[in-house]
Structure formats: C-alpha cells, structure tokens
Design a protein. Structure first.
Length: 331
C-alpha cells in the first residue's frame, strides 16, 4: 500500500484527509459507500493503517474523500476513527472546507464566502469558507437538522445515578453536566471524564432513545458530552465540554456535530435565544461559535464556526515484512 494524506487540525483535533491510495468503495450514495467500507476488509485495512500506531494513535480521526450523492455536492466523505466509521463530523467538515479552498479543489473568492457542499453519511452539509486577501479566515458549517430526543434520562454510573439529555446533531449524543458527577472539564480530570463518558455511552447505546426514526444506520449513541456551564455572556451562553465518542476517544476540539446537538438542547430550553451565539470551549482551550440559523419540521439548522490549519502531508506505506502489519492501539 502507498497512501497519500493531508493532515489538518481543527481546534486541536486531528483530521487526516485521504484522496487516493485506497481501493474503490462501491455504492451509489455516501451511506451506501460507508456500509461497503465497513464490510470490506481491503478498504478497512487502509483505515486501520492510518489510524493505528505507529502511523496514528488511539484518538486519531480522518476520512476518505469519495464522490458525492449527486452533482449538487462538491464531494463526499467517509469519516473514520480507531473503532470504525462515524455518521457525522463537524471538525472534519471544517477541515475539509479549508482544504478544498486552499488546494483549489473548489474555486473560491479571495475576499468573501464560498460554500463547499459535502455529502456525509447523515446527509448534506455545507462548509461556508470565508477568505480575506486569499487567506482562509474561518469556516462555518451548516449541519443537517438537529433535534432533542429526550431529557433527564436516568443512567446508573460508577459515580451514582446521573441524568442525561439526548439530542441529535448528525449523530446521537448524551449530554451530562460534569458537576453532577463531581467533575469539571479540565485536563487534570481527563482520565475520569473519559472513563465516565465511555460508561454513559454504552449504557444508553441500545436504548430506544438512540434509535433513528428513519435510518437505522444512524442509530446508537455516538458520544457523551460532559459539559461545564460557564454562565451567560452578552452574546449568549458560554460552556466548556469534552465529547467522549466511539469507544473512549476524546475530542480535543469542542466537537462540531456535538455542538449542533448542544444547540438543539439550549434552544429548546430557552438558554439560547434568537440571534444569540454559544461560545463552546474545549478541554484544551480552543473555541467554536454556534448558533441556530433557522427552524424546520425536522429540527433546527445550526451553524458552527471554527478554524482548521494544515499540519502536514505524508505518504504512508506498509512493508510486507512488517510484523505489526496495519498496526495496533495502545493507551
């Protein structure tokens, strides 16, 4: 194998973009291609090679760039992490929008906003890339409809009975106030937060609250959002979070699709009023800005703004003599 990648980080969270070097991924749509990739060993070996050590790590993230569902999209993407393939990824969408404009894949105005239309497994999203003097200033992605599923769902944990709010932002998330578990979203409590987030995710994963109403491929709790409420700014609420997704991965960014899920909850409770902006901080101190731009019968349309930066380019290979093969995961 010889796989070329371009790496970005969005608010501290890595995103590895793969455009070639992987086998053909069959399917007429991005969801079909995701199912094919999940079931096809030759494709999944590439994911394993890029996400596992020694070429990746347990919290690595990336995606295969594939054709969109139709001519209305600039391209599609299959998001992946160490445990498989996700249905949505906001930080990845921000990175892909930046990459598409910076590489010239999508022609952009040097001064103004250019829409990069991307088909992802949960639907069609738009990365709105703003440039000044030819340089990307920020990206705001508009997500699929986000909505509240349930509130105050009791979940038994090692830290006692907690209550979770469940919402959808391209994937299902369980939101829990970190203080209710005696924790705060700080690096010093990182290990405890990850352990608790993982426990909550699996406790709720197969419950009725995690069932998608029309597409079972989107079912399951993708992650737990443990958050600190930092009060109200003049512009809107201020919160900090750690999203623990997949099987114990921790998002270094404020989590893009998770921010959409939080926006649905905050708008529903009245904590986020019309025209207000959520300042959403991460455990490493980076920030996304989120707002509700409209309402539909399916839920609220959210816009999450952040920045992605190029970190490097590489060509990865697999020596047939290599005894570790596609690698391993070690925490």
């Amino acid at each position: 194998m010889k796989i070329s990648v371009t790496d970005y980080h969005t608010a501290g969270e890595p995103f590895r973009i793969v455009t070639d070097g992987f086998p053909p991924i069959d399917g007429a749509t991005v969801p079909e291609r995701r199912s094919y990739a999940m079931a096809t060993e030759s494709v999944d070996r590439v994911r394993q090679l890029l996400v596992n050590e020694p070429r990746g790590h347990a919290d690595m993230y990336g995606g295969f760039v594939v054709p969109g569902n139709d001519d209305g999209a600039d391209f599609g993407v299959l998001f992946w992490h160490k445990d498989g393939y996700s249905t949505a990824c906001g930080h990845g969408t921000i990175a892909l929008g930046t990459w598409a404009v910076e590489t010239g894949l999508v022609p952009a105005s040097p001064d103004g906003t250019t829409d990069v239309v991307i088909d992802v497994p949960s639907g069609r999203v738009v990365a709105r890339v703003t440039c000044i003097a030819g340089s990307v200033q920020h990206v705001a992605f508009r997500n699929v409809p986000s909505y509240v599923v349930a509130r105050d769902v009791e979940v038994a944990t090692r830290r006692g009975m907690l209550r979770a709010d469940i919402s959808f932002g391209g994937a299902f998330y369980a939101s829990v106030d970190a203080s209710s578990a005696g924790l705060a979203v700080t690096p010093s409590e990182y290990a405890e937060l990850v352990a608790l987030g993982r426990e909550i995710k699996w406790a709720l994963n197969d419950t009725p609250w995690a069932q998608h109403p029309s597409d079972n491929r989107l079912s399951g709790i993708y992650g737990t959002i443990l958050y600190d409420d930092l009060g109200q700014l003049a512009t809107g609420p201020h919160q900090r979070n750690l999203a623990v997704f997949a099987d114990g991965e921790a998002d270094r960014s404020p989590c893009g699709s998770g921010t959409s899920a939080r926006l649905a909850l905050l708008a529903d409770s009245g904590q986020l009023g019309p025209g207000q902006v959520l300042r959403h901080d991460s455990i490493v101190g980076t920030t996304f800005l989120g707002r509700v731009v409209s309402e539909t019968d399916a839920g609220v349309i959210t816009e999450v703004q952040g920045n992605a930066y190029l970190t490097g380019q590489a060509t990865f290979t697999l020596d047939p003599r290599d005894p570790v093969g596609t690698g391993f995961t070690l925490r």
